[in-house]
Design a binder for this molecule. Structure first.
Ligand SMILES: [Zn+2]
Length: 101
């Protein structure tokens, strides 16, 4: 599967989860609602993992301080920060990234 297809699939899945969450919020409280909420939480977890895998393919860094992993953000592609826990990672001086010529 190429990255565009994967990214589109994740976008559609994200929309579906949002619609599902809104539908569940309208349900009356009870055991059926609890089951639906639990199923939604499992789906959201699977979604976070798929999203993280896609981000990794797009050369984003992932925060490994929790699971599912969070996608770390960077303003300069060398210093990365997790928006959830504030964990920072520096990737600026990796062996192999220095030109030999
Ligand atoms: Zn984190």
């Amino acid at each position: 599967m190429d990255i565009d297809t994967l990214a589109k699939g994740i976008g559609l899945f994200s929309s579906a989860i949002t619609a599902l969450r809104q539908a569940i919020e309208l349900m009356p409280d009870g055991s059926k609602k609890s089951e639906a909420v639990a199923a939604l939480q499992r789906a959201e977890r699977a979604f976070k993992i798929a999203e993280a895998e896609t981000a990794k393919k797009l050369d984003y860094e992932l925060c490994h301080k929790h699971f599912p992993p969070e996608i770390m953000l960077s303003g300069d592609d060398t210093t990365w920060k997790c928006p959830i826990c504030g964990n920072e990672k520096f990737t600026g001086l990796q062996v192999g990234s220095i030109p030999l010529s």
